[in-house]
Design a protein around this ligand. Structure first.
Ligand SMILES: [Zn+2]
Length: 305
């Protein structure tokens, strides 16, 4: 997404998201000189290696990376520069420059439109003379990482933060911090599980659909809140007159045990009116708890494994 003069956005967040994509795609170290609810002023190129974060404020920084004072002198000089606008300070002449000599000329200014509810790019100098950067500082936020990495995290929820960081570096050619990866993964998983909850909340709709397409069936749903998403499938299959197998009933339970088999066999006996299972042959593989369940619920049936 390249910014274009006059381009309109629904919100400030939307513009920022497109600027992050633009910065990441080309390795531009964009930073926000002004960033409030009314306006956004974007510049390019800030020396992160000197401890200046791409989104930080120059004036607030008092110490450099190693703790040495860096900006006191600069600030003193800036003051002199301001005085120099009057051209003469104590008889000396100072030249006043509006931007650093080797800085990148890129500038973008955007604010709300007066006539409609859109955020518009009103000033744009698109030229860059900077080289590709790999540390984009605070331009790349954990929210952006969440959006980009969501499919990767859902596919592999146990991915380590270090692997995530190296994947991001491989795909986007940028360095991000482990802290950003941690937050992004937490939020991605939270969002995904929120989605799963929505899916499970539609179980009752699924029940209605089953009954509609298979009238006179029996559908029972039990809710166990806080249970894990794992489940095991219990099935009862029959053999018809043509010696073909067809499913009679199936059941998803949390774990395969005697209690669940008992419930399943008892429900089946009740639904098909099997009584105590006389004149019935049950063939099963030796599953946990199944033999006891058959002996208990269908005591009259022949049972072979
Ligand atoms: Zn630039």
């Amino acid at each position: 997404m390249e910014p274009i003069l006059g381009m309109r956005f629904a919100s400030l967040e939307q513009l920022k998201h497109s600027l992050i994509n633009y910065g990441v795609a080309n390795g531009y170290q964009l930073w926000y000189k002004r960033n409030d609810c009314r306006q956004l002023q974007v510049m390019c190129g800030r020396d992160v290696s000197k401890g200046l974060c791409a989104g930080g404020h120059l004036k607030r920084k008092k110490k450099g990376v190693n703790g040495e004072k860096v900006d006191v002198k600069k600030r003193g000089r800036a003051k002199l520069m301001r005085k120099a606008k009057a051209k003469v300070v104590k008889g000396k002449k100072y030249k006043c420059r509006s931007k650093p000599i080797d800085g990148c000329p890129f500038r973008l200014y955007a604010s709300w439109m007066q006539s409609e509810y859109s955020f518009q790019i009103k000033t744009l100098i698109k030229d860059h003379n900077c080289s590709r950067q790999f540390d984009l500082g605070s331009l790349v936020t954990y929210k952006w990482i969440t959006i980009q990495c969501l499919p990767m995290i859902i596919e592999n929820p146990t991915i380590s933060y270090r692997n995530m960081r190296s994947e991001i570096k491989r795909n986007y050619l940028i360095n991000v911090s482990l802290g950003e990866c941690i937050r992004a993964k937490q939020i991605a998983l939270f969002k995904h599980e929120g989605g799963l909850k929505e899916h499970y909340s539609r179980l009752w709709d699924y029940k209605d659909a089953l009954l509609k397409s298979n009238p006179d069936s029996t559908v029972k749903i039990d809710v166990d809140q806080g249970a894990t998403c794992k489940g095991e499938l219990l099935t009862a299959m029959g053999r018809d007159a043509n010696n073909h197998i067809y499913p009679i009933a199936w059941d998803v339970v949390g774990v395969e045990n005697k209690d669940n088999w008992c419930w399943f066999i008892a429900s089946l006996a009740e639904d098909l009116d099997l009584g105590n299972g006389e004149f019935l042959t049950i063939i099963s593989d030796g599953q946990k708890g199944l033999i006891e369940a058959v002996n208990m619920c269908l005591s009259g049936a022949e049972h072979r494994q």
